[in-house]
Design a binder for this molecule. Structure first.
Ligand SMILES: Cc1cc2nc3c(=O)[nH]c(=O)nc-3n(C[C@H](O)[C@H](O)[C@H](O)COP(=O)(O)O)c2cc1C
Length: 248
């Protein structure tokens, strides 16, 4: 398969075979993750492989996914991590205030996401299936406790990787003319969006699993009806990000 073909054949996998990944393959996955770009090369992330079945069961309950289990592959918790950098910098008289800034937070979130997506793409190139699990943020305080996460760290999402049992149909993406703006921002074109909604309507109706009557705009409206996870801001504060006070 050529590279663009396997990029565009991505679908999240939520049903895996009972088959472990070899240690060699896991090493390669980490290698792929670490090969991504990193802002100022601060490498501000950690990756926790969750092997303990009790922890995994609790994470599954928090994140509301069921039955992947350790025997179905591997669960990595991706943690935005400025703690390592902080420990290093605190050996000298650096200005440690810089760590709790919004900018540092963004840097660590971007670094972590690049690493995860590098891992995901490599995994898919090896015919593995992946699924991000943002549901871990349903209880950030408990996740931090469960994995002994120190100050200046944030668990962002899990990434499940295993051998696919069921592969869903590819979800059509927004048209390029909607995503790509030339030279300056262009407002959304309602007609382009309508065409996309028609495509998504057919996709949702015809897909093999969880067929439903919906389109993309309706999904977006539904998603943003409520302020999700309002406690995130309290968690960030707890982890040492005090930019709220500074900026107010
Ligand atoms: C950061 C992130 C968090 C996600 N969290 C979940 C999750 O908790 N549970 C889940 O089933 N899918 C989760 N997904 C998968 C998305 O639902 C999926 O990528 C999206 O619907 C597009 O479908 P596709 O990946 O099959 O193309 C997550 C994706 C991302 C990028």
């Amino acid at each position: 398969m050529d590279i663009l073909e396997w990029f565009t054949s991505h679908t999240s996998v939520r049903s895996f075979q009972e088959k472990q990944l070899s240690e060699q393959l896991k090493k390669q996955l980490i290698q792929a993750a670490q090969s991504g770009s990193s802002s100022n090369f601060v490498q501000a992330y950690s990756i926790i492989e969750v092997r303990n079945q009790e922890k995994l069961t609790e994470v599954e309950a928090i994140a509301n996914f069921k039955g992947y289990g350790a025997e179905h592959g591997v669960f990595y918790l991706f943690v935005a991590d400025l703690n390592r950098n902080y420990q290093i910098a605190s050996h000298s008289n650096n200005n440690l205030e810089a760590f709790s800034s919004m900018e540092s937070l963004l840097v660590s979130v971007v670094d972590t996401t690049i690493a995860a997506q590098n891992m995901a793409l490599f995994a898919e190139s090896q015919d593995l299936g992946i699924c991000y699990i943002g549901g871990i943020r349903n209880d950030l305080f408990r996740i931090a406790e469960l994995f002994a996460l120190p100050k200046l760290t944030i668990p962002l999402f899990g990434l499940i990787i295993g051998y696919p049992n069921i592969k869903n149909e590819v979800k059509p993406r927004l048209f390029q003319e909607e995503i790509v703006k030339i030279d300056e921002y262009q407002e959304m074109d309602p007609l382009t969006l309508q065409r996309y909604d028609d495509v998504m309507n057919s996709y949702y109706q015809e897909r093999t699993n969880h067929a439903q009557q919906a389109n993309w705009s309706e999904k977006v409206q539904e998603h943003f009806k409520i302020n999700r996870r309002p406690e995130v801001i309290h968690f960030l504060k707890h982890q040492g990000f005090d930019f709220f006070e500074k900026n107010n």
